[in-house]
Design a protein around this ligand. Structure first.
Ligand code: MN3
Length: 238
């Protein structure tokens, strides 16, 4: 027959049991809030021949995965990260250490990167308002691409080229070093909402293109998901 617990010192909840209970209550929340690596939104061979399968697999499965793991390791030092959106993190990145800046930036940038590319047949064209804005700002779509590629080629070492919507709702092309991005509250960053971004780290192209970053950038336009870029443009202009 089970004994009934009464409120005596002997059957009071032990500190150890109390701790275990608290942890059990807390851990599911923490686990759920951790950052995760989403699967690629298409098969790893879907961007062939412009971006090769092995590059996609290593880039997503190792490089991006490492950013996610390293970011999660920082939650111990910054518990607030566990409940913060990736976008909010970028906007206040100056509060955090370099590990959060590099890996939080890396996670955000690669999430965007996979989604602004698409397999053949799903890439679409720039939407009407976006195209009109590109023509107004840069002269033509071809001129915008040329300016963008200059930003990609001009970035010394590792980094990104971006097409952004500035806070005053204008299109602009910019670039950032390392895993920085235009959302970050950093002094050297031209701020804005990224609607298109090109990873110009060597890990993004070296297997297929070796040192030919320009050729990679030119071919990359073939896989841009204009449907998604247009969606991001429309959202940023609201
Ligand atoms: Mn990369």
């Amino acid at each position: 027959m089970p004994t009934t617990c009464t409120l005596t010192p002997a059957c009071a909840i032990s500190p150890r049991a109390l701790l275990a209970g608290m942890l059990a209550a807390l851990l599911p929340g923490l686990a759920a809030a951790q950052f995760t690596l989403a699967p690629l939104p298409y098969p790893s061979h879907a961007l062939e021949p412009h971006i090769d399968t092995m590059t996609m697999e290593i880039h997503h499965g190792r490089h991006h995965a490492a950013y996610v793991n390293n970011l999660n390791a920082q939650i111990k030092q910054y518990p607030e990260l566990a409940t913060m959106s990736l976008e909010d993190m970028q906007k206040q990145i100056s509060r955090f250490n370099m590990a959060v800046r590099n890996n939080g930036g890396g996670h955000y940038n690669h999430d965007l990167f996979w989604n602004i590319m698409a397999p053949e047949g799903q890439r679409g064209q720039p939407g009407e308002a976006l195209l009109a804005d590109i023509v107004k700002t840069f002269g033509s779509l071809a001129d915008m691409k040329k300016r963008f590629d200059q930003a990609a080629l001009g970035r010394f070492g590792s980094g990104w080229a971006w097409l952004i919507v500035t806070p005053d709702k204008k299109l602009a092309i910019t670039s950032t070093p390392n895993q920085d991005n235009p959302l970050m509250d950093l002094p050297d960053v031209q701020r804005g909402t990224p609607i298109l971004g090109l990873d110009v780290w060597e890990h993004a192209y070296y297997l297929k293109y070796q040192n030919k970053r320009g050729e990679y950038a030119t071919n990359w336009w073939n896989v841009v998901n204009w449907n998604e870029v247009t969606r991001r443009y429309d959202a940023a202009m609201k």
